[in-house]
Design a protein around this ligand. Sequence first.
Ligand code: NAD
Length: 341
Amino acid sequence: MDVRIGVIGTGIMGADHVRTLATSVRCAQVVAVCDLDQERARAAVAGLGDIRIAEKPTDVVAAEDVDAVVVASHDDTHEELVLACLDAGKPVLCEKPLTPTPDGSLRIVAAESALGRRLVSVGFMRRYDPGYVAVKNALRQGAVDAPLMFHCVHRNAHARPNLPSSALISGSAIHEIDVARWLFEEEITRVTVHRSRPSGRVVGDTSDPLLLVMETASGVLVDVEVFVNAQYGYDVRAELVGESGTLSVDDPEAVVLRTARARSTRVFQDWRDRFADAYRLELQDWVAGVAAGEQRGATAWDGYAAAAVAQAGVQALETGTPSRVHLEPRPRLYQRLTDQD
Ligand SMILES: NC(=O)c1ccc[n+]([C@@H]2O[C@H](COP(=O)([O-])OP(=O)(O)OC[C@H]3O[C@@H](n4cnc5c(N)ncnc54)[C@H](O)[C@@H]3O)[C@@H](O)[C@H]2O)c1
């Protein structure tokens, strides 16, 4: 039987998830969607068959024909909606960040722990990207021996005017924070943030780009260049340096064009092209998990830990000094550091 899904928030990301679920994920059926902007909800389901447009998010959560919920509305709505799903006993895939600050995520962790079973998955889709998965497998197999450093680049073409500088950390670099925890299977303990001279292309007063330097518990250094007005496209890359070699994640294989004495490949426009496979694989695994009664992918604890690192990063940005990451003790429900293991 298909897993019947309700999607809350049908903006850029939610509409993409609705289309992927409806067209490319086995045993999934989108039965209801909801957005504060009804026009956006209508546009998201156009041409995808019989999908109900609910008036309120709580209608989606409560609906008898909804087995599981995707939350892709704005960050500050996640806590309330995820808690409502827990109340209703329904599995939920919540887009990243789980909540804008760690205290909200901690309330979700507490509610889920009280329930005694994991229902929350967080949309850290890079855990499903074939490139990152290959790096993790190679690392585990000892291809480069022990890890020492992880150099990351995270560039977007354009950001909205006056984007708060903190959003470069809590909205963008949070992906690298999660990937580092997942790859190295340990926590990040300290964050330092450096500002370059701001790019003249920035509209407003966003401090862009930033350079984050994070340290893991065992002493691996993770640096992330976050540059959200890079102009030329969406570009995410990483190189892991080990004791005997390196492992790189670059763009997925693309056609190489040779013409007029030049060789070129395309640069992606945004995350939806670059991580299309990852989103599809994430949704497929989540649906399979719901059908099997298992939580898959990043847990609420992962969402909490990433938010705590991001908060330390924002503090480091504001103070100009290194900031320690504070984590509450991990409840028994989340014994393993990551759920992929
Ligand atoms: N995993 C990723 O790579 C990735 C990429 C982009 C965005 N995101 C996350 O996805 C979420 C959505 O981002 P987006 O870029 O699609 O934003 P968006 O602004 O395009 O869409 C958000 C939509 O949510 C709707 N909404 C807000 N509050 C609502 C509520 N209470 N009930 C119903 N609908 C509500 C808005 O009307 C809007 O249409 C954010 O949490 C964002 O951080 C994740």
